[in-house]
Design a protein around this ligand. Structure first.
Ligand SMILES: Cc1cc2nc3c(=O)[nH]c(=O)nc-3n(C[C@H](O)[C@H](O)[C@H](O)COP(=O)(O)O)c2cc1C
Length: 188
């Protein structure tokens, strides 16, 4: 027996990533509205609410980096997904390390096992969100995740993404800075 629910974007499973944006002052936010949208050339689409600080940074710089967190970084993923960079420097507070990207000027999160550099090619206004379509310029991946063809094999990561069945869009607990900092040093 099924029920008809109110229209929404229910999908499972959903990838959850950390988006870095901003060059002079870099910010990070959690994002699950992300999709691969072309292969040759590769493009990723992310949808960001105009109220996010990251939205302004992506508009200004026309670039973003998709950082894929490990399951050990779930608390960090919650934290950067509920606190805004307008109010605090999340990267500094959590002790996340930035590393220079290869092609874009936006830094990547050194502690995430995979990072994907994107340059914004299109912007589509979709009422609640702006969809930024990014052309992928470079992918950084931990060697331990690569298969014999040099491709990322996510099965080697023992569940690389935030692998909860329910995406906690609004986690409400208080974040402990020491716990956040431990989460930065993922299992590797
Ligand atoms: C699991 C999860 C997924 C999220 N996905 C998105 C998303 O796809 N788009 C978006 O605009 N906000 C999303 N958010 C909310 C933002 O990450 C959150 O509002 C964040 O504080 C914005 O940070 P900023 O203001 O520093 O950019 C998500 C939050 C969580 C916890």
């Amino acid at each position: 027996m099924k029920q008809i629910l109110e229209a929404n974007t229910t999908l499972y499973p959903v990838p959850v990533v950390l988006i870095t944006a901003g060059i002079a002052k870099t910010n990070v936010m959690t994002c699950n509205r992300i999709a691969s949208c072309s292969a040759e050339p590769p493009r990723l689409a992310i949808s960001v609410r105009p109220t996010r600080y990251s939205h302004r940074l992506i508009k200004e710089t026309r670039e973003f980096v998709v950082n894929i967190p490990s399951p050990a970084q779930d608390i960090l993923t919650d934290y950067v997904g509920v606190v805004t960079g307008k109010k605090e420097n999340k990267i500094e507070i959590a002790g996340m390390k930035l590393a220079p990207a290869h092609f874009v000027k936006t830094p990547l999160l050194a502690d995430c096992p995979v990072n994907i550099e994107c340059v914004v090619e299109h912007e589509i206004e979709l009422d609640s969100h702006t969809m930024f379509i990014g052309l992928v310029k470079a992918v950084h991946a931990e060697e331990r995740l690569l298969n014999e063809n040099g491709e990322v094999d996510f099965s080697r990561a023992q569940g690389i993404a935030y692998d909860w069945a329910v995406v906690r869009e609004r986690p409400t607990y208080n974040f402990d800075v020491a716990e956040l900092r431990r989460a930065v040093e993922l299992e590797r």
